[in-house]
Design a protein around this ligand. Structure first.
Ligand SMILES: Cc1cc2nc3c(=O)[nH]c(=O)nc-3n(C[C@H](O)[C@H](O)[C@H](O)COP(=O)(O)OP(=O)(O)OC[C@H]3O[C@@H](n4cnc5c(N)ncnc54)[C@H](O)[C@@H]3O)c2cc1C
Length: 320
């Protein structure tokens, strides 16, 4: 593990690109994840322009520094050992604007905010996203969706940066958007901006739909506790929550992590749990459902970074 401090050469290079106010050392990542889990980031960097994002990627490539992209932290479990190298967070790139029927959102904007801007401009199409707590970039990354709608339905194009630091515009069809997936991870794209094509609508109807979806969400989901939302994807022909419920796993607790009593598809952090406990409970649920029903529950949530837990194959967004 590298010891980072203000004398570290990477720190000096980073502040030349984004200035001191946009680089934090040893940043606790718990504050940035919906599960309230995770260790610290060596270099936590918050660029304010697209050009800065490009320069940081080139720096990471040239200096062979590990590089991780963190959106709004609502679909990630960061392990207790934290993240080495650079953690890039685009939260300061959060502008949303409307031009005719198009809504153009920077990737660090919250998709909930984008849906509210659409409402104010009487544009319909983004109602489904009114309760999804991710950033626009994170929503494209996994083709987020809810209640019958998904990003694929409304995305026109996106501006991305590739692994070499080059900016390019892609059409929605270039992203292979499928149920909770896209080709963004395999191509290593960083989403900078998304353009959605919406349609003129009736403000009262749009609002009524959003209120209805919010009510459904609040009555069914344990939003009072930290969690990563639905832990598992919907297995073909089944519902993950129902399989978990019928396996008698609701209320099962490992340390401070618990299978929610309100919604079996959620694992909630009820008592300051560690990432290790949360991940152990995920694996326990997968094992039990497999034993009882022979169904493999595939994780929707991504697990990244270093630690103490023995899970092989890692994801995340890294340059090497
Ligand atoms: C209470 C709760 C309810 C939820 N409900 C839903 C729901 O109804 N439907 C649904 O689809 N999801 C839901 N989610 C999951 C989550 O909100 C979505 O997956 C969201 O799209 C994740 O976005 P994020 O910005 O939080 O991404 P993060 O969790 O920060 O990151 C997830 C992945 O996206 C990548 N990523 C983030 N930003 C970018 C970018 N700019 N460019 C490229 N890659 C990027 C990261 O590197 C990471 O690999 C829910 C989560 C919670 C906690």
């Amino acid at each position: 593990m590298i010891q980072v401090n203000e004398n570290h050469p990477i720190y000096h290079k980073l502040i030349k690109i984004v200035s001191e106010k946009n680089v934090a050392l040893q940043k606790p990542l718990k504050e940035y994840t919906y599960t309230r889990l995770g260790g610290r980031a060596d270099f936590f960097v918050t660029p304010e322009t697209y050009e800065q994002v490009q320069e940081i990627i080139r720096l990471a490539q040239n200096e062979i520094v590990e590089f991780t992209l963190l959106g709004n932290g609502s679909n990630l479990i960061i392990r207790d050992g934290g993240i080495r190298g650079i953690v890039l967070n685009l939260g300061k790139l959060d502008a949303v604007k409307v031009a005719g029927d198009q809504l153009i959102a920077q990737s660090g904007a919250r998709i909930i905010h984008a849906s509210q801007v659409a409402l104010r401009h009487r544009l319909t199409g983004l109602e489904f996203a009114c309760g999804i707590p991710g950033s626009v970039g994170g929503a494209l990354f996994m083709n987020a969706g809810a209640y019958g709608g998904e990003i694929k339905d409304v995305l026109e194009s996106t501006l991305v940066v590739d692994r070499a630091g080059n900016m390019k515009r892609l059409l929605a069809e270039d992203l292979d958007l499928e149920y909770r997936s896209s080709n963004i991870p395999e191509n290593g794209y960083i989403v900078l901006e998304a353009t959605f094509t919406l349609a003129p609508g009736d403000e009262r109807k749009i609002k009524a739909t959003m209120d209805d979806l919010t009510f459904k969400r609040e009555s069914k989901q344990p939003l009072e506790y930290p969690s990563c939302g639905s832990v598992f994807k919907r297995p073909p022909g089944y519902y993950a929550g129902k399989l978990i419920q019928d396996s008698g796993l609701q209320g099962k607790q490992i340390g401070g992590a618990k299978v929610s009593l309100k919604h079996a598809g959620f694992i909630v952090n009820v008592d300051g749990c560690t990432a290790e406990e949360y991940i152990e409970l995920i694996q326990y649920v997968q094992r039990k459902v497999k034993e009882k029903y022979g169904v493999t529950l595939e994780r929707e949530v991504r697990i990244i970074s270093e630690d103490l837990v023995r899970e092989g194959n890692e994801e995340g967004f890294r340059t090497h």
